[in-house]
Design a protein around this ligand. Structure first.
Ligand SMILES: NC(=O)CC[C@H](N)C(=O)O
Length: 366
């Protein structure tokens, strides 16, 4: 049996059973409370640079398949579980979690007290960690720990390298890919949108030339302030066409409109986060994965209106522009994994694009 070690910034040392690839990794250690959806979580590019603890105690029980992926390959750095299911059973199962992780060079540790780890992170905040399945001693690990700094260029690592299209009969949406989950494109495409996916650093001028009816800002890893070029691009685009931002996209929209973001202690990661829609008074259950949030007190003096808040901690979960057809949410309406309570936001976006088209046509014919 392969042994594994996990060392955290606060000195916590845990030994367990290694699985996945035989290697070393480091990253920001975060936890996800989803009971299912580990395959979508592992392939969500927003986890680039992070080691994920799954709080649900049995992971891998329905195996892995070719369909439930949210990106072409995983960018997550490591996985921590209480128990790894070695004999998955499901009609869609194609291979074990262990084999899948090996294929992508990602190490995992099992048999550790994930509840204790989660409580620690809840109290002290997320922290740097280093994980090895390669047999390194604690001393070597501690040395390697010092030499690693947390990543800051994740968006450039995970974004598409070239423009590609998924044609449709509906409005043309330029999807700025900061590490987009497939789910976002899937939701747009199944509503007929003509989607053009562009790299994260595509300029406003280049995007203009694609004649978009709307701009979709995707989710993505890291601190939104690490991609100032994108904030500038959003600032220019928001004046021109309807815009919808999700997660990192929401944070970039807020920064572009003059608001501020901050790092949260341990963030929100899971499939059951209650959010209050301040306009309808309804509570929706949402899928989330974020470690930064828009500061509510920074909205003053901007043209942004707070539309959603998290019921657990009151943080900002949604915004809209006072004057322009632009809005954003911190949670994931595309779910994958998670509840589909808020998929209608994609319809709202399409509605804004159609309204604008009609207005423009009205002006032409008048
Ligand atoms: N899923 C996301 O887009 C996450 C946004 C950002 N990286 C955060 O952690 O807050």
């Amino acid at each position: 049996m392969m042994r594994a070690k996990l060392l955290l910034a606060d000195g916590t040392r845990l030994e367990g059973e290694g699985f996945g690839a035989e290697t070393d990794t480091w990253g920001e250690v975060v936890f996800n409370t989803g009971m299912t959806g580990y395959q979508e979580i592992l392939t969500d590019p927003s986890y680039c640079g992070q080691i994920v603890i799954m709080t649900y105690p049995l992971i891998g029980n329905y195996g892995m398949n070719r369909h439930d992926i949210e990106a072409q390959r995983p960018f997550v750095h490591g996985l921590v579980v209480r128990e790894q299911a070695k004999g998955p059973s499901n009609w869609r199962n194609e291979q074990t979690l262990d084999r899948w992780l090996k294929e992508y060079g990602i190490p995992g540790i099992a048999g550790v007290d994930t509840r204790m780890l989660t409580r620690k992170i809840r109290a002290r905040g997320t922290m740097k960690g280093i994980l090895t399945t390669g047999g390194a001693s604690w001393e070597t690990l501690a040395e390697r720990f010092q030499s690693h700094t947390l990543m800051r260029d994740q968006v450039a690592r995970v974004s598409t390298r070239s423009i590609h299209a998924s044609p449709g009969y509906g409005p043309r949406v330029v999807l700025m890919d900061f590490g987009a989950k497939y789910g976002i494109q899937r939701e747009l495409t199944r509503r007929g949108c003509d989607v053009v996916v562009v790299p994260w650093d595509t300029s406003a001028g280049e995007i203009d030339q694609l004649a978009p009816d709307g701009i979709m800002l995707s989710n993505g890893p890291g601190n939104p302030k690490d991609v100032p070029e994108a904030i500038e691009t959003v600032r220019r685009l928001v004046e021109k066409v309807p815009l919808f931002g999700i997660c990192l996209g929401h944070q970039l929209f807020a920064l572009a409109c003059g608001a501020d973001t901050e790092k949260m202690t341990f963030g929100h990661r899971g499939s059951n986060h209650p959010v209050k829609d301040l306009e309808t008074g309804h509570t929706v259950i949402t899928s989330q994965n974020h470690g930064y949030s828009v500061r509510k007190d920074s909205l003053k003096g901007t043209e942004l209106i707070l539309t959603h808040t998290a019921l657990n901690d009151g943080t900002c979960e949604g915004l809209k522009h006072r004057r322009l057809p632009a809005f954003s949410v911190q949670y994931h309406p595309e779910a994958a994994p998670g509840p589909l309570d808020t998929g209608d936001l994609f319809d709202r976006f399409i509605g804004l694009m159609e309204e604008r088209k009609q207005e423009q046509e009205g002006t032409v014919h008048a």
